[in-house]
Design a protein around this ligand. Structure first.
Ligand code: 6PG
Length: 245
């Protein structure tokens, strides 16, 4: 199997490993730096991770120095935080409320704001709170999902230019639902020290194969442009999503 690929029986098993990794990696980082910056993606796959993180053995969670952890989002739907579509809303309901983390360490994208204004506001938040490397924010860890059309974050196949924008974040529009989104740009996504794609389900198997095998069609997919710049890129897949590789 190619390096950087881990395959799990299902999304729950993947979540278990992710939580173990989370405790190990953040404990290591806490020895080296005052604040740890983590950007989480939206969609349904991370929900398993959130539930596991919240239900995890409280002693292990208590060992995590939440004062040093800063959570950001990879993208957000332009809806209020309480809306069912809100990526922050899901994370908050499922785990942020269950941990003792200072409110100022939660850097949500404010989906209720005017999208273009919010893209600017969130970019400033990143500039102030995430270390800058190669002129772009460099997160300690970014979690990414993979859309069935090959989108990553809220960079869709018809908006490839967002991969190469010199801004930290931009507005975008979901091609089918026309929902306004705010998204980190490609140069921020690839700049993280650790990038983990978390992908589950039969519906992703074809696109996973095309990207991992670097098939020509993959250049149509924003996710295929995510290569790490001086960091580590890995794929956490369940058996269904990995069934063609
Ligand atoms: C979003 C996400 C998006 C998601 C993928 C995969 O806001 O929807 O950031 O990029 O990660 O669409 O979603 P699933 O995990 O639901 O397959």
């Amino acid at each position: 199997m190619e390096p950087g690929i881990k395959i799990f029986s299902n999304a729950s098993e993947m979540a278990e490993e992710l939580v173990e990794d989370f405790c190990r990696y953040t404990t290591e980082l806490a020895r080296l730096k005052k604040s740890i910056t983590i950007a989480i993606c939206g969609g349904t796959t991370p929900l398993y991770f959130y539930r596991r993180l919240a239900s995890f053995n409280s002693i292990s969670l208590k060992k995590i120095d939440w004062e040093r952890m800063h959570f950001f989002w990879v993208d957000e739907r332009c809806v209020p935080a309480v809306h069912q579509d809100s990526n922050f809303g899901s994370a908050n309901r499922l785990f942020l409320r269950a941990i003792d983390i200072p409110e100022e360490n939660i850097h949500r994208i404010q989906g209720e704001n005017v999208p273009s204004d919010e893209a600017l506001r969130y970019s400033n938040d990143l500039r102030l709170n995430v270390s800058i490397r190669n002129k772009f924010p460099s997160f300690d860890w970014i979690f990414l999902g993979l859309g069935e059309d090959g989108h990553v974050a809220s960079i869709f196949p018809d908006q490839l230019k967002l991969l190469f924008s010199d801004k930290f974040c931009e507005t975008s529009v979901h091609p089918r639902t026309k929902q306004n989104r705010i998204t980190l740009t490609g140069k921020v996504l690839i700049n993280a020290r650790r990038i983990t794609f978390i992908v589950s389900g039969e519906s992703k198997k074809q696109i996973v194969k095309e990207i991992i095998k670097k098939e020509p069609v993959a250049k149509l997919y924003p996710a295929s442009y995510i290569k790490s710049v001086g960091g580590r890129l890995e794929w956490y897949l369940d058996k269904q999503a990995a069934s063609l590789i």
